[in-house]
Design a protein around this ligand. Structure first.
Ligand code: ADP
Length: 509
């Protein structure tokens, strides 16, 4: 059976796997180091202990060797082997094994001793017989063994006896090595301890991996859960459901991703609402146009028919003819406005720019609406700065805008109010302000009044003739001049329309 290992495809799986691999690799490395250190430590400790014992053994066996007491050697060696729990071997002054005893086998292998060899190389024996200690690892058939050899030195007191105290040669004489004792112990204990520690490392590894699995499981979940949420929300959004804000507060990168996502949802929502509104406006255009045309047409038609049918006497005729004329004028203005707007929106309207005297333009517009103001009993004020610059623009279109703003101000100001047109030049722009003390515009409607056909509070001032196109045209004309138009208003107090026009065109000329 072939098991194919596949890379985890989920973030969750990847996180889990990487955590587990890190923990497992760390434990393996720690295990190796620990085993090595412990082995080294145990070996050194055992070696040090055995060296001391070998020296003691050499001393004790030495006593018997000097006296050439083989029975004594055997007895001492056996006693030592038992007490030290080590295999002992005694070499005589000819460097050949004299006696070997292994308490583990509980037998003397005196005879086999020769056959087995001493476990030492020739140069090692040489080294010992020069009076040095030696320790080495020997590789036995089953277990490793630690072997320590100590030389048996012909002791000073014997020398003293032989040579006599105070002999001058005594100090110069080299210690005479008359044999050697080797002790060897199996490294069983060390190996067992290492095996034990390895097992401990393995168990703690298993526990560590389990803890790491648990930890990475919960960590992965806390990381991937919000990502799943975002995924679901994004799918919801794709399906057209924009009520998919994610409720999760976090301070990390995922938190800021959620914030960005929620912000995007909001923006898309706003954009779609705006699109819907514009689409509705577009659909309403035909309805609006028909509606705006209907009333004046009906009036023209109705009064003409009445007059033709002879229902109207001579006295009233002029009056009705004026109504017909008014409606015709309104109709033609409406058609003009619609044409202008459609030209503006299709980009077909081009400005006929020339140098315009701001003062002349303002006075011309002001005078155009003066009769309307007077008729309504509205005080008209004109505030001009002493030296107004020359503007580069389309005088007829700018006049149209100013007249529209002034007419609106008069139209939507009750009798007895006032309308002020003030003009001043700023750093790089001209500021024209039309201020009235009229009805004002509700705050929530301010943003819409520059849209075509938009009329504020349609029911209240029905009597006022208006199409809702004037400000839409004004804004587009001002923007075409590179300027801006803005409004500020307070219900019951009045409105201020401000037009900003750039003066740089004129300066660059
Ligand atoms: P209209 O031809 O209806 O005046 P406009 O586009 O010029 O169309 O104006 C849009 C709407 O803005 C008007 O119907 C009116 O309700 C409101 N409006 C414009 N100017 C003023 C003003 N000075 N004071 C109060 N309302 C105004």
């Amino acid at each position: 059976m072939i098991i194919k290992l596949r890379k985890p495809r989920t973030l969750f799986g990847k996180l889990m796997l990487s955590h587990l691999v890190i923990v497992a690799v760390s434990l393996i490395i720690i295990g190796f180091f620990l085993t090595y250190l412990i082995e080294d430590y145990f070996f050194s400790a055992r070696e040090w202990e055995l060296a001391g014992q070998a020296q003691d053994a050499a001393y004790l066996v030495g006593e018997d060797l000097i006296e050439n007491d083989l029975a004594g050697v055997i007895k001492t060696a056996e006693t030592l082997a038992y007490s030290m729990n080590a295999k002992i071997r005694v070499l005589d002054h000819n460097r050949s094994p004299l006696y070997t005893f292994d308490p583990d086998l509980n037998e003397s292998d005196d005879e086999r001793g020769e056959g087995e060899g001493v476990g030492l190389e020739e140069r090692e024996i040489e080294h010992i017989f020069k009076g040095n200690m030696l320790s080495k690892k020997v590789y036995g058939p089953v277990l490793q063994r630690l072997l320590v050899a100590a030389p048996v030195i012909y002791k000073e007191e014997h020398l003293e006896e032989d040579l006599g105290v105070g002999n001058d040669n005594y100090n110069q004489k080299e210690p005479e090595v008359i044999g050697a004792v080797t002790l060897s112990v199996p490294l069983r204990g060390v190996e067992e301890t290492i095996a034990h520690i390895s097992r401990l490392v393995l168990y703690s590894g298993v526990v560590g991996v389990a803890v790491a699995a648990l930890f990475s499981f919960s960590l992965s979940k806390t990381l991937t859960r919000p990502i799943q949420k975002i995924n679901h929300a994004a799918l919801d959004m794709a399906a057209g459901n924009f009520e998919c804000k994610i409720e999760e507060k976090r301070d990390d990168e995922i938190g800021s991703l959620i914030k960005t996502f929620n912000y995007s949802v909001e923006q898309v929502q706003k954009y779609l609402e705006e699109q819907k509104r514009l689409e509705m406006l577009r659909r309403n255009l035909v309805a609006n146009v028909s509606h705006e045309l209907k009333a004046p047409l009906a009036s023209v038609r109705g009064y003409s028919e009445l007059m033709l049918d002879g229902y109207i006497n001579e006295k009233e005729k002029d009056n009705y003819l004026r109504i017909i004329l008014d409606n015709s004028v309104h109709l033609s203005r409406l058609v003009d406005d619609l044409l202008t707007l459609s030209h503006l929106e299709s980009g077909q309207l081009s400005l006929e720019k020339s140098l315009v005297s701001v003062e002349a333009l303002v006075c011309w517009s002001f005078e155009s609406v003066a009769p309307q103001g007077e008729a309504k009993g509205i005080e008209l004020n004109l505030e001009l700065e002493s030296s107004l610059p020359v503007l580069y623009g389309d005088r007829y279109r700018l006049h149209e805008v100013l007249v529209n703003l002034l007419e609106n101000a008069i139209k939507y100001t009750p009798d007895g109010g006032s309308v002020t047109l003030s003009v001043k030049a700023g750093d790089s722009k001209l500021i024209m302000e039309v201020k009235d003390t009229g009805y004002g515009i509700p705050e929530e409607e301010l943003q819409h009044i520059f849209e075509r056909f938009y009329k504020v509070d349609k029911s209240r001032r029905r009597s006022e003739k208006g199409s809702g196109l004037g400000l839409a045209i004004a804004r587009q004309l001002i923007e075409l001049h590179g300027g801006q138009i803005e409004v500020a208003s307070e219900i019951g107090k009045g409105s201020i329309f401000r037009v900003y026009l750039p003066l740089k065109d004129e300066k660059s000329l």
